[in-house]
Design a protein around this ligand. Structure first.
Ligand SMILES: [Zn+2]
Length: 237
């Protein structure tokens, strides 16, 4: 049995799949709990056809992948050793622990340098990075709020206060007193996704619940919110 691998991009995320040609009449797409996507196709099916079918079913495939993902262990525990990859605003950087006169973090050419005058152990590296992510979040999230406020200011809503902290189960929230809280971890996601979370929370200024009216408003302000949401789910789980 011949096997090909292919991939396609849906909602900003890459879906990789295996194609197996076999003696069969119909094409079948299966998503397995370990996250593999297998396409079983009749022997005479071209790869073009397979891609077309996959594209048509992409939304369903992503849904299945997300469903299974909730049972997978979360992002492998970070050990804060050189060589490990870490995300910042949707990009992967390779961690490099270095000696440097001034302690700190620097991004350069795909590397995330964490340095200090003495040898840094993983625990210390973790602390330095955590603090750096928080600082970055505090500098980037207000920009996202500015970008996404226009509709709400125009419609007479007040700009919420912004808080950044670690949250266990959600990306953001809006309190009844109008405080927008964003999860520090969101700084690892692409800008598009940060803007999506901010806009979602801002829509709660008008509608407190997740009613049809809420989604109509979200759709009106950010027509591609679903794509961004998928992207976020795939980028950070
Ligand atoms: Zn909500």
């Amino acid at each position: 049995m011949k096997s090909h691998s292919g991939s396609l991009v849906y909602g900003g995320s890459k879906i990789a799949f295996q194609v197996q040609h076999a003696q069969r009449k119909t094409l079948e797409i299966a998503v397995h709990p370990n996250g593999s996507v297998i396409v079983k196709a009749p022997t005479d099916t071209s790869l073009d056809e397979v891609h077309q079918r996959m594209r048509k079913r992409a939304r369903w495939v992503v849904k299945q992948l997300l469903y299974f993902q909730q049972f997978q262990p979360r992002t492998p525990k970070r050990r804060y050793l050189s060589g490990e990859t870490h995300l910042y605003m949707g990009r992967q950087y390779r961690l490099k622990v270095v000696k440097s006169e001034a302690p700190g973090v620097k991004l350069a050419r795909g590397f995330l340098y964490v340095g200090g005058p003495e040898r840094l152990g993983p625990k210390k590296v973790g602390e330095i990075l955590d603090n750096w992510y928080l600082q970055r979040a505090r500098s980037k999230f207000p920009e996202s709020l500015d970008r996404n406020l226009r509709y709400f200011l125009r419609n007479g809503y007040e700009q919420p206060n912004l808080h950044v902290r670690k949250m266990k189960t959600r990306w953001g929230s809006l309190s009844s007193r109008g405080t927008l809280t964003l999860n520090q971890e969101l700084i690892r996601a692409p800008r598009d996704c940060i803007d999506y979370v901010v806009t979602h929370e801002l829509c709660h200024l008008k509608h407190k619940d997740h009613s049809a009216r809420f989604y109509r408003l979200l759709e009106q302000i950010m027509p591609d919110w679903e794509r961004r949401k998928h992207r976020l789910e795939l980028a950070l789980v």
